[in-house]
Ligand binder design. Structure first.
Ligand code: NAP
Ligand code: G4F
Length: 330
């Protein structure tokens, strides 16, 4: 068996891809999962036999300590968080507990159990928020615009602080938006591609969205997850921006996604004020020059390829669901 690694948030989009990549690299992978009355293991179902799952919750310091003691990892990838920006406005306190203080619990756990453990923190381009310069790089000041972004900023600085205060091998990846067919369906990209598929198959007629003018730097999740591992395997810890360097609007995403399914987005997309945010992040675009130099960062999927991959996957999934229903009715 190879090196032991622990992933928090293994049931999420990034956690599932990271588990695949670490298993392929020969690691023994432990995944931290929280207790739920129904399992949320859909994204890792194909890996279950090759993973060891340990039950713990970011809200519970003792359980975090036990997970670290049980897994005895050489690397910890801290991906668990309340990651949806709108929920952070409706549940700001819970978001702070998970997304900010959860990181304190992880770092204190590492100091207690084994300070040699290498630690990756999932920082976010949302920290740039109302961006003070364009493009954004590792030296761009933060201006968070949501309770989620504020919590991530706390977690980011704490990671840097534990590196400087206690000599931990702690790295923060400042990742710009990254998407895939495994993206949660409430995030705008997947909401659009799922909506396109449902409209194409006659299950819906319209798609209600918020701010179509918002611009993001979108990439393909497996490319980004690869960089997490690269960061922890450098000789010394550091922080890196990972981004495509291109920015596109939600409207552009709609245009390409609907066209891929032979539809005109203007006939289906309805703007709904319910999906606007109390404070918006208008434009993000990253400068990943440092990652290109140090980590060999080179994304494999561009914007159009990303949109089309996601649409194709949702068209195929919805087609299977529709034909399953028809079989059930026969
Ligand atoms: P995601 O799909 O929402 O997954 C979040 C994960 O966190 C899930 O496995 C979830 O478990 C787990 N989790 C939430 N609360 C927890 C708790 N109290 N205790 C234990 N586990 C808990 O997120 P993602 O897109 O994979 O993103 C991974 C990380 O990167 C997150 O920290 C996110 O904020 C950050 N990030 C993401 C992006 C992006 O574009 N995707 C960009 C920058 C940073 P359940 O399955 O039980 O809910
Ligand atoms: O897809 P989103 O919800 O992602 P957002 O807010 O950029 O956050 C994601 O990326 C961050 C990295 O920058 C992560 F840290 C975070 O965890 C998460 O993964 O929204 C993208 C944009 C926003 O400007 C939003 O206002 O799309 C706009 N939008 C327009 N209509 C919508 C909608 N967003 C959602 N979720 N739903 C809509 O109907």
């Amino acid at each position: 068996m190879g090196e032991r690694v622990l992933i928090t948030g293994i049931t999420g989009q990034d956690g599932s891809y990271l588990a695949e990549q670490l298993l392929a690299g020969g690691c023994e992978v432990f995944g931290m999962v929280r207790r739920s009355s129904t399992e949320t293991f859909e994204r890792i179902a194909h890996l279950r036999d090759r993973l060891t799952l340990v039950q713990a919750d970011l809200l519970d310091q003792t359980s975090v300590l036990r997970a670290l003691q049980q897994a005895e990892p050489v690397e910890v990838y801290n991906l668990a968080a309340q990651s949806f920006v709108p929920t952070s406005f409706s549940q700001p306190e819970l978001t702070a507990q998970y997304t900010a203080l959860g990181v304190t619990r992880m770092l204190e756990g590492i100091r207690t159990v084994d300070p040699k453990i290498r630690f990756y923190q999932a920082s976010s381009s949302e920290m740039f928020g109302k961006a003070l310069e364009t493009p954004q790089n590792e030296r761009t000041p933060f201006y968070p615009r949501s309770p989620y972004a504020v919590a991530k900023t706390y977690a980011h600085y704490l990671t840097v602080n534990y590196r400087e205060s206690y000599g931990l091998f702690a790295c923060a990846g400042i990742l710009f938006n990254h998407e895939s067919p495994r993206r949660g369906r409430e995030f705008v990209t997947r909401k659009i591609t799922d909506g396109v598929a449902r409209i194409r198959h006659g299950l819906a007629r319209e798609l209600r969205l918020g701010n179509l003018d918002a611009r993001r730097d979108w990439g393909f999740a497996p490319d980004y997850v690869r960089m997490m591992v690269q960061m922890l395997r450098r000789p010394s810890p550091d922080d890196y921006v990972i981004a495509s360097g291109e920015t596109h609007s939600v409207r552009e995403f709609c245009e390409i996604a609907f066209a891929r399914a032979g539809l005109d987005w203007r006939e289906h997309v309805v703007t709904d004020p319910a999906f606007f945010r109390p404070a918006e992040v208008d434009l993000l675009v990253g400068d990943a020059g440092k990652a290109r130099r140090d980590l060999g960062w080179e994304p494999t999927v561009g914007f159009r390829g990303l949109v089309e991959t996601m649409v194709d996957a949702d068209l195929a999934r919805v087609a299977r669901e529709v034909s399953g229903r028809q079989d059930g009715q026969r």
